[in-house]
Design a protein around this ligand. Structure first.
Ligand code: PMP
Length: 335
């Protein structure tokens, strides 16, 4: 567990003491951030750039917070001025935003938000489930107060643990709550003690899956061996190749502006020149699973995930070959 904390501090680029892995998938990280940092009746501002913001809003409501939202046009990022206007209007205790929204394939810049949040005295929480380890993320340098990820995405470990980290500012908020954290299982005061994040003896809080811990430790050690900068470059190179190849075939990408694209999940408009469900089925038979759309992209786009262990040019080439072969096959069958 100590190795994992160290590996996570590297992945998040933080010195935060309260850094650990929650038992549960990415959703549990989202639950833990919202339930620990919000109390009933408090104002939260949630950025919506796809499905994940909607989910965070749903969760925050369940914890009794007053939910306000600011939405981007789907397929684009939120502009800094839109965020600043919303924070100034709402004066939230917490501003929540997703760095890489896997439902739309949008990469939201989060390096420039803490100045706004500090100005209006609010905490800044970022979902990095689909982006940590693949795009730059500097938790301390960027002044981020809470962030969480998922073990099974770029880190390539089995699903079931959610890396999470809280800044000293966020930790103080957790320790000075007026009401106890509403979910015992995600109470960071207790989970933090189990992970020996504080100057106190380790306690038993719940049974953590040892096999999942070993898996995450391995994923983190592979990332540390490769180095974050190299991993980020590798993801970027693969994504660029993928965009080029898709455009050569005639596909149109959902996120128009290349700088706004999340390199781990590429959203592609379903074209009218092919029966997409048949193509996807044929691809699956060749061991390539391409997801359908989700939330704003449902029925409109399909999504290609190239991340972690799979982010190699060989994988991209294989995928493109299978895609082309599947299109040909489906056209032949229907012709
Ligand atoms: N946030 C984002 C951005 C995600 O992409 C996902 C999963 N696709 C989640 C949260 C939820 O993670 P999980 O499925 O591991 O609970």
């Amino acid at each position: 567990m100590d190795d994992i904390k160290e590996g996570l501090r590297y992945a998040f680029q933080t010195k935060n003491v309260l850094t650990l892995a929650i038992s549960g998938t990415g959703h549990s990280g989202m639950e833990a951030v919202l339930s620990n940092l919000l109390e009933p009746g408090e104002n939260v501002l949630i950025a919506i750039t796809g499905t994940w913001g909607d989910r965070a809003a749903d969760m925050a409501r369940r914890y009794g917070a007053i939910v306000n939202t600011v939405s981007s046009k789907f397929g684009t990022t939120l502009k800094l001025s839109e965020i600043e206007d919303a924070v100034a209007r709402v004066r939230p205790k917490l501003f929540f935003i997703v760095q890489g929204d896997s439902s739309t394939g949008v990469l939201q810049p989060v390096d420039n938000l803490s100045a706004i949040c500090r100005r209006y005295n609010c905490l800044l929480a970022v979902d990095v489930v689909a982006s940590l380890g693949a795009v730059p993320f500097y938790m301390d340098r960027w002044g981020i107060d809470a962030a969480y990820a998922g073990s099974q995405k770029v880190l390539g470990a089995p699903p079931g643990l959610a890396p999470i980290s809280f800044s000293p500012r966020a930790r103080d908020v957790i320790f000075s709550r007026k009401t106890p954290a509403p979910v015992y299982y995600w109470d960071m005061k207790l989970v933090g003690r189990q992970w020996k994040c504080f100057d106190e003896d380790r306690i038993y809080h719940h049974t953590i899956s040892s096999t999942l811990l070993y898996g995450l430790r391995e994923g983190l050690s592979i990332l540390a061996d490769e180095g974050l900068e190299h991993a980020i470059q590798r993801h970027r190179t693969c994504a660029k190749r993928l965009y080029n190849e898709l455009e050569k075939i005639g596909f149109e990408l959902f996120v128009e502006n290349e700088d706004d694209r999340l390199c781990t999940v590429t959203t592609v408009y379903i074209p009218d020149w092919v029966t997409w469900d048949d193509v996807a089925l044929y691809m699956r038979r060749q061991n390539v699973t391409v997801s359908g759309g989700m939330g704003p992209t449902a029925g409109k786009a399909f999504r290609i995930g190239i991340m972690g262990y799979n982010a190699t040019l060989q994988t991209v080439t294989y995928l493109i070959n299978v895609l082309q072969e599947s299109i040909k096959h489906v056209k032949l069958v229907t012709a």
